[in-house]
Design a protein around this ligand. Sequence first.
Ligand code: HEM
Length: 167
Amino acid sequence: MKFLIVLALVGAAVAYTPLSSGDADLVRSAWDKVKHSEVDILAAVFSAHPDIQAKFPAFVGKDLASIKGSAAFALHATRIVSFVSEVLALAGNSATVPAIKTLVNQLGQNHKNRGVTKDQFNEFRASLTSYVSGHAPWGDNVAAAWNHALDNVYEIIFSNLDGHPVA
Ligand code: HEM
């Protein structure tokens, strides 16, 4: 029993562990299937979580259907998707871990300054994962690699939201 409690505590503080190159390839090939659906991805996130949409000055209070076709929407969607692509391009190589940390620290800091919460990041994660798993070949191995990648990124984001950029 004590052993289980210790395990649970260790599990709660999951450390950043770089992806193997095989797992990074699995995540990239799933991502490749959806990365040109930027607008659909952001629309799925906003539709499931209107509180996220409400954080965007350009979109707050607007009907999703009315903004989905706009240039501003496409621009934001592309920024988010490009960020994911940029981080994934660096994954699976221990030499690029510092570059990933720099990029994600910056994102975490920008979003902390905008008042984005951990709950909202978790909502975003759930919507993004649901979108990718529904539009790319998916299995336990892909799911495990995908979750590992997002655990790593979220550890850095949450550390920034707590006021501690990752070294
Ligand atoms: C989880 C809830 C999130 C909220 C509420 C949120 C909100 C925002 C807002 C308000 C902006 C500024 C938009 C403007 O210029 O008016 C922004 C910019 C941006 N967001 Fe997010 N965001 C979230 C998650 C994410 C995630 C998960 C990513 C990346 C995967 C991301 C990537 C970006 C990028 C790349 C920019 C533009 C660069 C910057 O200013 O940081 N956001 N976000």
